[in-house]
Design a protein around this ligand. Structure first.
Ligand code: UDP
Ligand code: MG
Length: 325
């Protein structure tokens, strides 16, 4: 029997990219004569005509399937929705903006079939090259993030890894079992384990539309990654507390002895004020940190669904619904 490759493509405001993406990817996939393929688009509550474009497209090709989520749930949730619907023995997650070069699929498949890997991720090389759309700050920021998260958490994330990857069915099933609400996929991919390797590709810029990542969103994403996989920040804030108490205790003893032995007048209003402000700052940061974790616990215990499906369409269903209309 022919094996199936499923492509999961989260789309948010990608009306311009859908036709371009479809053309390129279906041309590419049709070369894989030995495999059947299926493309699952997930419309993640786009504000533009993405869903309309998808409906038009679905009508033309039986390889396609589209899921409409009831609102924007974020890429992580959209990916999960697509994985849930996927049926292939091999599943690829890729962006709709063609920033994930389709030609890597062949290499990923080879690594899985011939070299026995269960999961192959893609990472970007040359992020900081000239002519690249990414700013210096963003590159620096991402470097810091990887350094930090890999020091602090049990899972090791490959630097510049993307969400573009091919997985065997068993890996997908493992991912689907993780029903956590705060999903940091890059970490989850690593957390499930299995034999994993990486392929590199030159960074490509978007063909149309624009990236939906603002600096604030990225910042949140980084916090998400760190808090999802590590409680070391909590321990660090405790450690900081212990250190500052110890230092202040030693200083206190010194002041008292200095007063008794040398009779030095205790002065230093400025020192006291700046110390109080400094320690106040540390306390507030620690509280904020605690808040980050508590907020996440709050979201988890509510057990809300990670996404809500509005409708799922395939070629035949569109024809049917048009007949009945
Ligand atoms: N995306 C999504 N939901 C969102 C944001 C993005 O499904 O809330 C999709 C988007 O359509 C694209 C992919 O996730 O296919 C990556 O998004 P983007 O290109 O904005 O991110 P970048 O490439 O800049 O990391
Ligand atoms: Mg992109």
């Amino acid at each position: 029997m022919q094996e199936t490759i499923t492509l999961v493509v989260p789309c948010f405001n990608e009306e311009k990219m859908i036709p371009l993406f479809y053309q390129e990817i279906s041309e590419y996939l049709s070369q894989f004569k030995k495999y059947h393929y299926e493309i699952i688009f997930v419309n993640d509550g786009s504000k533009d005509n993405t869903w309309l474009e998808l409906r038009k497209l679905i009508n033309t090709d039986a390889h396609l399937k589209a899921i409409n989520l009831s609102r924007n749930f974020g890429k992580e949730s959209a990916m999960l929705a697509g994985l849930m619907e996927s049926s292939g023995e091999y599943v690829v997650v890729m962006d709709a903006d063609l920033q994930h070069p389709p030609h890597l699929i062949e290499e990923m498949l080879r690594l899985i079939k011939e070299e026995g890997y269960d999961s192959v991720g893609a990472y970007r090389i040359g992020r900081s090259k000239k002519g690249n759309s990414e700013s210096f700050i963003r590159v620096l920021y991402s470097k810091l993030f990887y350094r930090f998260i890999n020091k602090m958490s049990d899972v090791k994330i490959k630097e510049n890894a993307t969400d573009y990857r091919m997985m065997k069915r068993k890996v997908v099933n493992a991912l689907l079992e993780l029903q956590e609400y705060n999903r940091f996929s890059k970490g989850l991919f690593e957390w499930v384990g299995f034999k994993t390797t990486y392929v590199g590709y030159e960074n490509v810029s978007r063909k149309a539309g624009k990236s939906s990542w603002s600096f604030f969103k990225l910042f949140n994403y980084a916090i998400e990654g760190i808090t999802s996989f590590s409680i070391i920040p909590l321990k660090l804030s405790g450690l900081l507390g212990i250190c500052s108490s110890l230092i202040s205790f030693v200083y206190m003893v010194y002041i008292i002895i200095d007063r008794i032995v040398n009779g030095t007048d205790v002065s230093g209003w400025a020192t006291i004020v700046s110390l109080i402000l400094f320690l106040g700052g540390i306390t507030l940061i620690s509280l904020g940190l605690l808040g980050e974790y508590i907020g996440r616990i709050y979201n988890e215990v509510k057990h809300r669904p990670i996404y809500i499906v509005d409708e799922i369409i395939k070629k035949k269903e569109v024809e049917n619904s048009e007949k009945t209309n």
